[in-house]
Design a protein around this ligand. Structure first.
Ligand SMILES: Nc1ncnc2c1ncn2[C@@H]1O[C@H](COP(=O)(O)OP(=O)(O)OP(=O)(O)O)[C@@H](O)[C@H]1O
Length: 311
């Protein structure tokens, strides 16, 4: 892990340590306003420091030890078995897709992430808020409320109003989704400290478009995927998109919707499956740039995702 010292002065290093920032990755993913508060100086000066540090990490042709490889920061899912196969959680700075049949628990998974992201860093969170973009059903506010109340108790944080850091947007068609991603979201991301953007589901706006709109549909999808990638990288946040399944009748199987252009635009693809009608689910990594194809089991309770008696 790349240490901040000797890259910054001893005085600044001490101030950063006091704020819980000990590595270059911590520094790079922390909001400029927060850094300016911790070590003094203007946000422009902080941006300059970030540029220098990122150049140091990505120095071309620099030979490094395997142990010095920077792991991508992760956001814990709050479920030990899933975190175990994801190497501590959902990657920050990348797009993760969660696909599965209707009612399998994709929304439940996303609601839990919207709470987890607000936890302190040492508890697996990012101490940031979440943006939740619904494209199909209206946002399940009651379920979030129930989860948030139990989440406070579980994490012993009775004073935190978790619901007030979840920003909602309902975008049911492609135009609304584009407007949200290209104009509304960038403004919000500049104003608020956001660590997670959820789209539930990415397939929603692309359904029901007729075949004549096929070409513009593909172009719009690619444009949206590029925008999501830019947002991830620029704001160092995690993007999670749920996706529906499409029937492949010829081969009697189901596949994630939206085809190959979308598949090539995401970094991580994971599937949730349900065992019969029980509360037990299977979570499987289908592809990823840094993880093996693995699966684990978990279940959904009123407190969210869990695996207590399973591991
Ligand atoms: N409070 C709860 N206690 C136990 N299980 C719950 C609770 N809330 C939701 N569930 C489980 O989650 C399932 C619904 O999951 P969810 O709405 O997240 O599915 P989904 O994959 O997002 O579906 P869709 O694609 O139709 O939106 C329910 O069928 C139930 O099994």
């Amino acid at each position: 892990m790349e240490k901040l010292q000797p890259l910054v002065s001893a005085e600044i290093y001490q101030k950063l340590i006091k704020s819980g920032i000990s590595t270059t990755v911590d520094f790079l993913i922390t909001n400029n306003f927060e850094l300016a508060k911790s070590i003094g100086g203007s946000t422009e000066e902080i941006e300059e420091m970030k540029l220098k540090l990122s150049k140091h990490i990505h120095k071309p042709n620099r030979i490094i030890k395997a142990i010095d490889l920077e792991p991508w920061p992760r956001l814990s899912t709050g479920c030990k078995s899933i975190d175990g196969i994801l190497r501590k959680g959902i990657p920050v700075g990348r797009i993760t897709e969660i696909f599965g049949c209707s009612g399998v628990g994709k929304t439940q998974f996303c609601l839990q992430l919207a709470l987890q992201v607000q936890l302190p860093i040492d508890a697996g969170g990012l101490e940031k808020g979440a943006v939740y973009i619904c494209t199909e059903d209206i946002f399940p506010a009651k379920r979030l409320h129930q989860l948030a109340n139990l989440f406070k108790i579980k994490n012993n944080l009775p004073g935190i109003d978790f619901e007030s850091s979840v920003y909602l947007k309902h975008a049911t068609d492609i135009d609304e989704l584009q407007k949200c991603l290209f104009s509304e979201l960038p403004i919000l991301l500049r104003r608020e400290n956001i660590g997670l953007v959820i789209i539930d589901s990415i397939a929603g706006p692309f359904r029901g478009e007729n075949t004549q709109q096929y070409i513009t549909r593909s172009r719009d999808l690619i444009q949206i995927a590029h925008k999501l990638n830019d947002i991830c990288e620029e704001h160092k946040l995690a993007v999670v998109c749920t996706n529906q399944v499409a029937e492949d009748i010829e081969n009697s199987k189901t596949e994630p919707a939206l085809g190959i252009a979308w598949s090539n635009s995401i970094n991580y693809r994971c599937q949730i499956l349900r065992y019969n009608d029980s509360s037990v689910r299977e979570f499987e990594i289908i592809f990823s740039p840094d993880l093996a194809r693995k699966k684990c089991i978990f279940y959904i309770t009123q407190e969210g995702l869990d695996c207590k008696d399973l591991i």
